[in-house]
Design a protein around this ligand. Structure first.
Ligand code: ES4
Ligand code: ZN
Length: 327
C-alpha cells in the first residue's frame, strides 16, 4: 500500500478547519457571480487562491465569506467541505465558521446556522462523516463585538454547536482581553479553543490556557520558545492542532524538512499533536495530504501516523464511550 493510500484510509478526526477556507475555488467563483461580489483580477480560477502571508490570505478569506448569502449557499459550502474531508478519510469533524464577517455583510444568524446545520446532516447521511460546529470570534474586532457574538451564538448551542474559537490575526490581538468573553461562554456550557502562538509569542499560549481556560490550542507553534511551558503542556497532555501546509504558505516556517520547523520540535518534545488542514482548498490540501506531508518531511513511519490519528480522536470533544466505540 502506498503512503498516499495509507494516509487516506487511516480513520482520522479533523479538528481545525475554517468553513470559508474550505470552499473550492470553483464554488467561490460561482457564488461570487451569483451574489454580485467583485473579485480581484485572475486568469485561471486557482489564481484566486494565490497568497503567501496571513494578511493577504485573510482578505481573500473574507471575500469568500461575503460570497455566501442564502441558507442554501451555507448548506452548499458546509456539504462540500465535509465531503472533501470524508474523501480524505476524515470520519469526524469539528469545524470553525466566522459568523461576524457574514453578519457584517447583512446575513442573519438563523440563515447561517440553518444552512450549515442542514449541510452537516446531509453530509452525515451521504458520507457517514459526523460533524460539530465551532463558531469563532474574529479577534480583530472588539471585545464588545465578541460579547455580541455570544449573545447571537449561545441561543444556537446544541449537540451540534458545541464550542467557540478565536481566530484571525493574533499578533496585534492577544488572547488575554477575551478572558471575560470566554468565562461567559464556559458558564453557558461551551467547549473552548483558541488560535495562539502562531503569530504571537509563547505567552499567548499560556494566556489561552490560564486566562481563557481553553481545552486545546490551535497552532501553538511558538510554545517552543518557552521550555517550561512545553514541559507543562506535555505533562498536562494539552493538544495542539497543527497545520503543516498552513505553516508553509502563511507563516515564515516554510520548510517542513528543516530541523527547526516548530512542528518537528513540538513532535520531538512529546507534545500531543493533532494534524489538521486549516483551510484545505485555500491551501491546496486535504487531510490525507497533511498526514502524508508530515510522514515524508519528518520521516515518520506508519505506526506513528496511526498514533497521530489516535491523537485526533483523543482531542475530539466526544464523550469517552463514543471514543471507545471508535478505537
Ligand atoms: C484564520 Cl488566523 C487564521 N488562519 C487561517 N485561517 C483563518 N481563518 C480565520 N482566521
Ligand atoms: Zn486556523
Amino acid at each position: 500500500m502506498t503512503l498516499e493510500v495509507f494516509a487516506r484510509a487511516l480513520p482520522k478526526a479533523e479538528l481545525h478547519l475554517h468553513l470559508a477556507g474550505a470552499v473550492k475555488a470553483e464554488t467561490f467563483l460561482k457564488l461570487a457571480r451569483k451574489n454580485d461580489v467583485t473579485l480581484p483580477p485572475f486568469g485561471e480560477v486557482e489564481e484566486l487562491y494565490h497568497y503567501d502571508n496571513l494578511f493577504d490570505f485573510l482578505k481573500i478569506y473574507d471575500l469568500v465569506a461575503r460570497s455566501v448569502v442564502s441558507a442554501d449557499d451555507f448548506h452548499l459550502i458546509a456539504y462540500e467541505a465535509l465531503a472533501h474531508v470524508a474523501n480524505a478519510g476524515g470520519r469526524y469533524v469539528e469545524f470553525f465558521f466566522s459568523p461576524q464577517v457574514h453578519q457584517d455583510a447583512g446575513i442573519n444568524y438563523q440563515t447561517m446556522f440553518s444552512g450549515i446545520l442542514k449541510g452537516m446532516d446531509d453530509a452525515e447521511a451521504d458520507f457517514g462523516v459526523i460533524s460539530r460546529l465551532i463558531p469563532a470570534i474574529n479577534r480583530e474586532l472588539t471585545v464588545d463585538r465578541a460579547f455580541e457574538f455570544l449573545d447571537r451564538v449561545l441561543p444556537f448551542r446544541s449537540e451540534k454547536v458545541i464550542g467557540i474559537g478565536l481566530d484571525y490575526d493574533e499578533e496585534p490581538f492577544p488572547p488575554a482581553q477575551f478572558k471575560p468573553v470566554y468565562e461567559r461562554a464556559k458558564k453557558a456550557g461551551m467547549r473552548l479553543t483558541s488560535h495562539a502562538g502562531e503569530g504571537g509569542p509563547a505567552a499567548n499560549v499560556r494566556d489561552a490556557l490560564d486566562l481563557l481556560s481553553v481545552e486545546r490550542i490551535d497552532h501553538g507553534y511558538r510554545v517552543i520558545e518557552d521550555r517550561a511551558l512545553v514541559r507543562r503542556c506535555v505533562d498536562e497532555g494539552v493538544a495542539f492542532t497543527v497545520c503543516p501546509s498552513s505553516t508553509v504558505i502563511l507563516t515564515h516556517w516554510r520548510d517542513l524538512t528543516a530541523v527547526d520547523h516548530p512542528i518537528r520540535i513540538m513532535f520531538e518534545a512529546g507534545l500531543k499533536l493533532v494534524v489538521c488542514t486549516d483551510d484545505p482548498p485555500m491551501l491546496q490540501t486535504d487531510l490525507a495530504k497533511e498526514y502524508r506531508l508530515l510522514a515524508e518531511t519528518m520521516s515518520l513511519d506508519r505506526r506513528t501516523l496511526a498514533d497521530l490519528a489516535l491523537n485526533s480522536l483523543d482531542a475530539a470533544w466526544l464523550d469517552e464511550s463514543t471514543k471507545r466505540h471508535w478505537r
